[in-house]
Design a protein around this ligand. Structure first.
Ligand code: PPE
Length: 323
């Protein structure tokens, strides 16, 4: 999407694309990007049968550190389990591959994308004969929705596409195929001049963004949108715990879109989006129509936490060069 490459990121000598992927963990070893190739007959390419994670590593005073590594690796395993995919790797093996890939590429900070997918051993819907493959790529990534969206607040649009209900797609799994729904919603929003999409469920309740969970503030109470079809966001969990530590009352809530129109503040959270304030929804200004005060304070605090500057939350960091 709009994530931009940071010019300061060190390009590994083996990089062959604009993404600067460098060395990739592929079939159990680190290979240059150009050698990490798969067949056009790959089952996942035809049917969306992959599961992935999005993780970030940040530059800290003690070198690069991965934020909530264990939780992300466990969610990758859970995503596979949900779609009935046998994972060839354990949480420990995923953690190891991620840390090795960061070390090999000498990343100070990066976005990390582990992926499990059904290979090209057989074609046809049934994956029974397909092997499950595993890879990890690390990429230099900037601010997900752009600098301006963070400073001014992002412009949200309610999507005409609804979030799939859990009996149509298993929405707790970060399965590749599920993300066609996100691609449709995000593209529609961008084509119409907005930064991001807000998806409702089929009854009209607020679900989530195309790749973010939603929070709103009303009368000093922080409301994380709570909905059974949403991804169990790791940033959402972090933000709730940070808010409680800051002494903010937190009340998980369901909401309709008009509840957001009249909220004091709205912000979106996710690994890629971090904490992004929302300025408007469907062209209706939220609160002051600019990035809200609490949203900005939460963004600032979150960025301190991920960089290891808040001792209470340092246990969430896995230092790349300490094991
Ligand atoms: N909902 C959805 C649908 C989602 O994809 C994400 C992450 C979240 C909520 C937030 O979850 P968490 O990262 O655990 O806080 N979206 C990932 C994909 C972004 C992309 O463009 O790809 C991410 O933020 O890495």
């Amino acid at each position: 999407m709009s994530a931009s490459s940071s010019p300061s990121a060190k390009a590994a000598p083996s990089s062959t694309s604009a993404l600067n992927a460098g060395y990739i963990w592929f079939e159990g070893e680190l290979v240059p990007e150009a050698e990490a190739k798969i067949s056009v007959l790959t089952h996942a390419l035809h049917y969306g049968t992959s599961v992935f994670e999005g993780i970030r590593a940040y530059e800290t005073a003690k070198g690069a550190a991965v934020f909530r590594l264990n939780e992300h690796s466990q969610r990758l395993i859970d995503s596979a389990k949900i779609i009935g995919m046998p994972s060839p790797v354990s949480v420990e093996e995923i953690n190891h591959a991620i840390l090795e890939t960061i070390r090999k590429n000498e990343r100070k900070s990066c976005y990390i994308r582990p992926l499990l997918w059904y290979g090209a051993e057989s074609l046809g819907v049934s994956p029974a004969k397909n092997k499950v493959h595993f890879m990890v790529v690390t990429l230099p990534w900037g601010i997900y929705l752009g600098e301006e969206a963070v400073r001014q607040g992002a412009k949200l649009m309610t999507s005409s596409w609804r979030r799939s209900s859990g009996d149509i797609m298993p929405t707790k799994s970060k399965a590749g195929g599920n993300y066609v729904n996100s691609v449709l919603a995000n593209s529609e929003a961008r084509d119409n001049g907005f930064d991001e999409a807000l998806l409702l469920d089929k009854e009209g309740f607020v679900a989530e963004g195309s790749g973010e969970n939603i929070f709103f503030m009303r009368d000093g109470v922080l409301h994380p949108i709570s909905h059974s079809i949403n991804l169990r966001g790791i940033t959402r969990d972090s933000v709730i715990k940070i808010a409680q530590w800051l002494g903010t009352p937190v009340e998980a809530s369901m909401a309709t879109r008009d509840e957001l129109y009249t909220a004091n503040e709205v912000f979106m959270v996710g690994t890629a989006a971090e904490v992004t304030p929302i300025a408007s929804l469907d062209r209706r200004p939220i609160g002051t129509g600019r990035a809200g005060e609490y949203s900005l304070k939460m963004r600032e605090t979150y960025l301190k936490v991920v960089k290891g500057e808040v001792p209470e939350f340092e246990h969430w960091l896995s230092y790349v060069n300490s094991d």
